[in-house]
Design a protein around this ligand. Structure first.
Ligand code: EPU
Length: 421
């Protein structure tokens, strides 16, 4: 298993490139199941989650013709299996995204229930209720979801989501593209990744309007065709790198992205003491001289993303004064707290809120990654801390950050991967 060894205390200065978004790429890749024609994706991040999904798609008969650099080609013209096995689904919950496309195009699918997750219970009941509204019969047997469409295929319907769910909206939007008649998804998620998926589906011949608002209209079509699509920049990587500039007292030009992707974040980061200035092909993030305490509450887009909560907590551990961070999306997303405290942070958790009293400095320590965003928060803390930090269970980090040490080293980070057998 690999570890990261970090010697902290160097300001990060230089240019850093944002990759394509993991959470846009995952639903986009599953959309290949909706057509027998070739799909070509540009700006595809080379992440372990993407390789896990490609493996799963291959078990259905999808051929990944080509994955060089960031260009990935997928073709689902000879599907011979409609079962997503537990062994692959348990590795990555987003595998549930194959359910909507498979049942829409092939009339049935058997997908393992994802099971537990480190950050919360994360049920998929809304995905299933939405498919039922489209006429699907669903039953759970021996840990698997068995979904069967009516004889003539899925039928459009109006479905109100009781909770805003990102992958739930994506699954139902994909399923509805091939349903008969109109589907209306009310209380839909509004994340930029939903808009990216809708744009790609429309380029494949779907008729979707309203993506990016809380009501999405999908007019079903007979079939979809292949297309070429460039995957949206990763807004979570964008926010992470902006905060890295602040926590390391540095100055980073962050490219191949756009501040407009993080509207609920920019003002708060500015208030926290990170100057943000739009530039060609990206923006510049500069430490202003001190980190101020800010209060945040995570919310569905365009609110403050839960996927930036851990990173914000690392930043706030060095603030002047105090900060209150409230997590409203997942019930167990504070696992980075004890690890940050091992590095000298002063954080107290009360239910869904954490009170962070800023400390003058953090000290390097051996720490353990517990989930993807927690791990990057520990990398940030390690880069800011005095002395050496070793981060174990780095596989969590590799799920969502492409070549992180290769991106950070040119900006002055002292970070190396140690491969242990
Ligand atoms: N929920 C239900 N029932 C459902 C679906 C969701 O109760 O059927 C609840 C969840 O338990 C949670 C809330 O709704 O409390 C929101 O969850 P959501 O479904 O939106 O999360 P997700 O679609 O499973 C995606 C991202 C996550 C990100 C969340 C929230 C992907 C592949 N994953 O998950 O990303 O945290 O939205 O923005 O898009 C990450 O990248 O580190 C990550 C965890």
């Amino acid at each position: 298993m690999s570890k990261l060894r970090i010697i902290g205390g160097q300001p990060l200065n230089g240019t850093i490139r944002v990759s394509g978004a993991k959470n846009a790429a995952l639903p986009l890749l599953t959309a290949c199941l909706l057509t027998d024609e070739k799909m070509v994706f540009h700006n595809t991040p080379r992440l372990s989650d993407i390789f896990t999904l490609i493996n799963l798609l291959e078990t259905f008969g999808v051929t990944p013709n080509h994955f060089e650099g960031d260009v990935l080609e997928l073709k689902a013209s000879s599907i011979h299996n409609l079962t997503a096995d537990y062994d692959l689904v348990r590795k990555m919950r987003a595998s549930i995204l194959v359910l909507g496309p498979l049942v829409a195009r092939f009339g049935k699918a058997k997908v393992s229930l994802p099971g537990g997750c480190a950050i919360g219970t994360r049920p998929v009941d809304i995905h299933l209720e939405g498919l039922k509204a489209l006429g699907c019969s669903i039953h759970i047997d021996q840990g698997y979801i068995h979904a069967t469409a009516p004889k003539g295929g899925l039928v459009g319907a109006t479905f109100t989501m009781p909770v805003v769910t990102v992958t739930g909206t994506e699954n139902l939007m994909m399923a509805a593209t091939l349903a008969k008649g109109q589907t209306v998804l009310i209380n839909a998620a509004r994340e930029p990744e939903i808009v990216d998926l809708a744009n790609c589906l429309n380029a494949m011949g779907a008729k979707i309007t309203g993506a990016g608002t809380d009501t999405i209209y999908i007019e079903g079509v007979e079939s979809l065709h292949g297309t070429t699509h460039s995957i949206l920049a990763d807004r979570i990587e964008t926010g992470t790198f902006a905060m890295l500039a602040g926590i390391t007292k540095g100055d980073l030009k962050i490219t191949h992205t756009n501040l407009k992707l993080i509207p609920g974040v920019t003002q708060l980061l500015t208030n926290a003491g990170i100057n943000l200035k739009e530039e060609d092909n990206g923006f510049r993030a500069t430490y202003s001289g001190k980190i101020n305490g800010i209060d945040i509450m995570t919310e569905p887009y365009p609110g403050y993303p839960t996927d930036l909560q851990a990173q914000t907590m690392a930043l706030m551990s060095l603030c002047e004064g105090a900060s209150m961070i409230t997590e409203t999306i997942f019930e167990n997303r504070f696992m980075h707290v004890p690890e940050l405290c091992r590095m000298g942070a002063n954080i107290t958790v009360h239910g869904a809120s954490a009170m962070i009293r800023g400390v003058p400095y953090l000290s390097g320590a051996p720490v353990m990654a517990t989930d993807l965003r927690a791990s990057v928060s520990l990398v940030m803390a390690g880069l800011a801390a005095r002395g050496e930090t070793t981060l174990s269970r780095v596989y969590h980090l590799d799920r969502g950050y492409e070549n992180i040490e290769h991106k950070l080293i040119p900006c002055g980070a002292q970070i190396e991967r140690i491969n242990e057998s």
